[in-house]
Write a protein that binds this ligand. Structure first.
Ligand SMILES: *[C@@H]1O[C@H](CO)[C@@H](O)[C@H](O)[C@H]1NC(C)=O
Length: 434
């Protein structure tokens, strides 16, 4: 009898120990609302017309990359081809890595997951404005082993894993980065309490191409397990939000990106986010249609639905400037917009729908309709932007399959991504007032 009592106590202790240790491992203080300042990417353009033009050119390239990536995810890459990865963006944030820490500006990408920066020793590194991170000088650096589940998360981008986990990312524009997957301490934003240990990131020793100009690395904010939001997890309540200043804003103000508790939006519209197992990094939104001046545009039902093979659907992305719509939706929308405007469009070499700017031009009202009934009402400046100085052009284009909700359409909206509830919330907001 005493023996069985003892066994009971032992069993109780044995049961308690793992519970206690796992909870103490996970015990950390959640961050209170942490602000990170985003700056818009520029490539040294001399004026705002040039700056807008190159953002639109990058947008087109990004859309092509995303399209190629999606098609490859569905069909599988050819043996002879390095798979293409999405990995760029229009905004930069400051991060610090290592102990002692080294700061750098990283491109923020809601369309990919991996966080990476250039690392010493460089087999090949492009010029970056801040010193290149040297892991041999950091006391908090450790490599990720091949058996780590985060190494598996690299999927096709993992290269010849023997003991330590290595990767090779080829981007659509021919840029490439490869190196070791490692754990490090990262600080984001400023102030105390923003440091987190053991973030898996790509320490890249071989970087080629012009695709990363400005950023000394990248912060992935996609949905996959390697992304910053997934790795921060409950520390930030599995949420981030941002509010993007208009692309035409020429002040030096920054756009806020928030992490953590308290970033909930009161009075916002909330829609479900859809997961696509073929493209787990992307944030899919359930669009049912588009209305122009209150009338539904003649788009076949189901045009924006995600297909069972993983094709189609619509994603929301901060790194694509324009919105790209499946051509089945783009053509009728463009026609409807054109017939709603009482002025003849100007031929523009880009093929965009453009008008000569004039004060008395009345623009229609446009709304995206979501499953569940929520509408996203776009003010005119969120779909017509200045081009070449005196033209006003529709900030939308057509795509072959997948549609992308771009950043012009998101400006002056506070947008919250909730990766635990699988929801997206949005609310019109003057971003410079946050
Ligand atoms: C971010 O921008 C806000 C508002 O302009 C400013 O108050 C804050 O100091 C900035 N933070 C950093 C880290 O630069």
């Amino acid at each position: 009898m005493e023996c069985s009592k003892l066994l009971g106590v032992l069993a109780f202790i044995c049961f308690l120990i793992p519970v206690m240790s796992s909870s103490s491992e996970r015990q950390f203080t959640a961050w209170s609302k942490l602000r990170v300042n985003l700056t818009r990417r520029s490539e040294g353009e001399s004026n705002s017309a040039e700056r807008l033009r190159s953002a639109v050119d990058r947008s087109k390239r990004r859309m092509n990359t995303i399209e190629a990536f999606v098609e490859q995810q569905i069909a599988g890459p050819l043996d002879t081809e390095t798979p293409i990865r999405v990995g760029s963006g229009e905004f930069l944030m400051s991060v610090a890595v290592g102990t002692p820490s080294v700061s750098f500006e990283a491109i923020v990408d809601t369309g990919s997951d991996l966080i990476w920066t250039q690392c010493m020793p460089c087999q090949s590194c492009y010029t970056q404005p801040t010193p290149i991170f040297d892991p041999s000088q950091s006391s908090s650096y450790s490599t990720v082993s091949c058996t780590d589940s985060l190494c598996d998360a690299l999927g096709a981008f993992q290269t010849g894993c023997t003991s330590d986990c290595t990767f090779d990312y080829m981007y659509g524009d021919g840029s490439e980065t490869s190196g070791d997957l490692a754990y490090e301490s990262f600080s984001i934003g400023s102030g105390s309490g923003s440091m987190v240990q053991g973030i898996a990131f790509g320490c890249s020793h071989d970087n080629q191409g012009r695709g990363f100009s400005q950023g000394s690395g990248l912060v992935g904010l996609g949905r996959g397990s390697l992304s910053l939001i997934s790795q921060l997890g409950s520390k930030v309540d599995n949420k981030f939000s941002y509010c993007l200043l208009p692309i035409t804003d020429s002040s030096s103000q920054t756009s806020p990106l928030f992490f953590g508790e308290g970033s909930s939006l009161s009075g916002a519209n909330t829609i479900p986010l859809i997961k696509n197992s073929v493209n787990p990094s992307f944030w899919y939104i359930p669009v049912t249609g588009i209305t122009l001046n209150g009338n539904p545009v003649n788009i076949p039902a189901g045009t924006f639905d995600l297909q069972s093979d993983g094709s189609g659907g619509m994603i929301i992305d901060s790194g694509t400037t324009y919105t790209y719509l499946n051509e089945v939706a783009y053509s009728p929308l463009r026609e409807a917009i054109q017939s709603s405007i009482d002025v003849t469009p100007v031929e523009d070499s880009s093929g965009d729908l453009c008008y000569q700017k004039s004060d008395n031009m009345a623009l229609p009202s446009l709304a995206f309709n979501f499953h569940g009934g929520a509408n996203y009402n776009l003010p005119p400046e969120n779909f017509f932007i200045p081009q070449y100085g005196d033209l006003l052009c529709l900030a939308m284009g057509s795509s072959r399959g997948l549609s992308i909700f771009g950043n012009v359409q998101q400006q002056n909206f506070h947008i919250l991504y909730d990766n635990a509830q699988n929801t997206l919330s949005f609310k019109p907001t003057k971003c410079d007032s946050l």
